[in-house]
Design a protein around this ligand. Structure first.
Ligand code: NAP
Length: 241
């Protein structure tokens, strides 16, 4: 697998370290010194981006023109004309991109838990949600992309607070408060390698022949659910034999 790695900072550098001794995998690094231009990008099997959102956004025309599949973890930017319109554009161009505000595989489990919490309106008359996120002091965007994804999954009003301190990799806690009880779920990233390893997992999925049927913009959960669905189907087939 020939990887074009955009951004070799705190997160992207782990893509390099995790692939260093993997046979058949080569990585070309793009950063400020070596900007990702279309001619240099083309010929790679996949682009993995851990650029800050504003830089990623600026390079979108070059990346699209390279026609290389993309796995991007950049946060703190808006898709040109909105996510749906951008996905439509990729479909038209026949390109597949995957975006995740958090590449930790555990986020798929958090998503399911948030889907359960979302039903609180059917149980309680009086309740409120709050979400607190903590990241290292160098993080540019606030609230974090993960906090915004959780809010979107919750489909309920939620007060988000952000804290920037020290070297914290990423902590998110969502609480549901009623007058008589509190339910809280949280996720802490303990090692920055989880993001690089999740992005590499997504890249491998993307390059599997039948992992994605149609071009467009996907999120990590759609990839993970595709795999879960496949394994359920395999199990069902085995059970009926
Ligand atoms: N989705 C996830 O799972 C996940 C997890 C963690 C972080 N992130 C996101 O990933 C992004 C990067 O985070 P980080 O903490 O790794 O940042 P970082 O340590 O600041 O690294 C940023 C990298 O991007 C390069 N870069 C910045 N501006 C550029 C430009 N204009 N042109 C070319 N290269 C440029 C830098 O190159 P130079 O070294 O040459 O300056 C550096 O290699 C952020 O958006 C963050 O929120 C996502």
């Amino acid at each position: 697998m020939k990887i074009a790695l955009l951004g070799n900072g705190k997160t992207g550098s782990h893509v390099l370290s995790l692939t260093r001794n993997v046979q058949g995998t080569g990585v070309t690094v793009f950063n400020r010194e070596h900007p990702p231009e279309r001619s240099a990008l083309s010929g790679h099997d996949v682009i993995i981006s851990f650029l800050p959102g504003d830089a990623f956004m600026a390079f979108i025309p070059e990346i699209v023109a390279s026609r290389v599949p993309v796995v991007t973890g950049s946060t703190g930017f808006e898709w040109p004309d909105g996510r749906e319109a951008f996905s439509k554009r990729l479909r038209k161009e026949g390109l597949v991109w995957v975006h995740a505000s958090n590449f930790s595989l555990g986020m798929n489990l958090m998503h399911e838990m948030i889907r359960v919490l979302k039903m609180s309106g059917e149980l309680y008359d009086d309740y409120r949600f709050s979400l607190h996120e903590v990241h290292h002091s160098g993080k540019k965007d606030a609230p974090s992309g993960t906090a915004l994804s959780w809010k979107q999954w919750l489909e309920q009003p939620v007060e988000i607070t952000s804290e920037r301190t020290g070297n914290v990799i990423g902590e998110h806690a969502l609480a549901l408060d009623t007058p008589f009880e509190r339910i809280a779920i949280s996720h802490s990233a303990l090692d920055r390698r989880i993001f690089a390893s999740g992005a590499l997992w997504a890249a491998r999925q993307l390059l599997e022949e039948d992992a994605i049927d149609e071009p467009g913009l996907y999120d990590m959960r759609q990839l993970a659910l595709g795999m879960i669905r496949d394994s359920i189907e395999t199990r069902q087939t085995q059970n009926t034999r």
